[in-house]
Design a protein around this ligand. Structure first.
Ligand code: NCD
Length: 329
């Protein structure tokens, strides 16, 4: 893979890149074990500034990126609501983002607008401040850094069971508008023998472009409306919520019966003993909180893995990754 300029889509990542990011992540977690290690990480990028432009709600992604900045000594600014920026005066999003590039060295952005990150990256590339962009969620389209942490979590969970290769990953819920599904499915094509099971109501099946991509990648996948039957065959169950913020008309999602796409604690006995349960969170009723106590529940780990994989990604983007891989602890 050529040098990473921006992180816009999961399709930019190849397997050697992922393997390297996860080696970095593991090393960074070693540094986290001591004060000296943490001080070393903080000494890597104190001369850098980042902008967190999150104009769509976010808890985990925002806080994990902000924490990742703190871990590396990066100073950060934020905009979380266009009502407090000049966009409210009629400034275009492009002009606003170009303005940020005057002040910072990295822009991390989440927006409800599909394709905005790509547009902004292309615009900055022709400007005199071509700062990198990280896509932290682009409407219903992509969420590449979530896919990074999801694969890391899967890899660690299957470390003693032959890795992700050959495993059946069942994705459940709103597969049409869930950006985490779109990005994760793309990355799973890099793991030979992985099989995807997409369980959703008819109305929320995966989009055509993803289906076409998966067919061309030769990965084995099935689409089903029958989640219950898939439970016993899955090595990972990846739950998602209904993305009703993208409803075209009010109440559209509530007309779809999604009641079968929930995981209840009484279904745990049907799962394989070494299977894992994941969710990008936030959850609603699709994932029973009583499941949290089950050792197969990995979603709280996912949150923390998100912070560490984002640290690894930023060190790569800002060119200090070698300073993490090289020193002996
Ligand atoms: C997801 C998102 O924003 O796409 N959350 C996250 O980033 N962890 C999933 C969701 O909102 O349902």
């Amino acid at each position: 893979m050529s040098h990473l300029r921006h992180v816009l889509s999961a399709s930019q990542f190849d397997r050697p890149f992922l393997d390297r990011i996860y080696r970095l992540t593991n090393k960074i977690r070693q540094f986290d074990k001591s004060k000296e290690g943490l001080m070393y990480l903080q000494s890597l990028l104190p001369h850098r500034r980042a902008m967190l432009y999150f104009t769509q709600p976010s808890t985990r992604t925002f806080l994990s990126f902000q924490s990742a900045c703190h871990i590396l000594g990066i100073k950060n600014s934020e905009i979380r609501d266009t009502a407090t920026s000049s966009e409210v005066k009629g400034e275009s999003i492009e002009d606003s983002l170009r303005t940020f590039s005057s002040y910072v060295d990295l822009i991390i952005m989440r927006s409800p607008v599909r394709g905005l990150c790509d547009r902004v990256a292309a615009m900055l590339d022709t400007s005199d401040r071509p700062v990198p962009i990280i896509n932290a969620g682009s409407g219903p389209d992509e969420h590449p850094t979530q896919a990074l942490l999801d694969i890391y979590t899967l890899q660690r969970s299957f470390k003693d069971f032959g890795g992700i290769e050959g495993k059946s990953i069942c994705m459940v819920g709103d597969l049409k508008r869930g950006r985490t599904i779109r990005s994760l499915s793309r990355l799973l094509t890099l793991y030979p023998g992985a099989k995807l099971i997409f369980a959703s109501p008819e109305a929320f099946r995966i989009e055509d472009d993803l289906r076409t991509f998966l067919k061309s990648s030769m990965i084995e996948f099935v689409e089903t409306v029958n989640f219950r039957d898939a439970i016993a065959h899955s090595d990972a169950i990846y739950m998602t919520r209904i993305q009703d913020e993208y409803d075209v008309c009010a109440g559209e999602s509530s007309k779809v019966d999604s009641s079968q796409y929930c995981l209840k604690s009484n279904q745990l006995k049907e799962m394989k003993p070494n299977a894992v349960i994941m969710h990008p969170l936030p959850r609603r009723t699709e994932l029973d909180p009583a499941i949290d106590k089950d050792p197969r529940a990995k979603y709280w780990r996912q949150e923390r893995n998100g912070m560490w994989t984002r640290v690894a990604l930023m060190t790569t983007l800002l060119g200090v990754d070698e300073k993490i891989l090289l020193p002996e602890l």
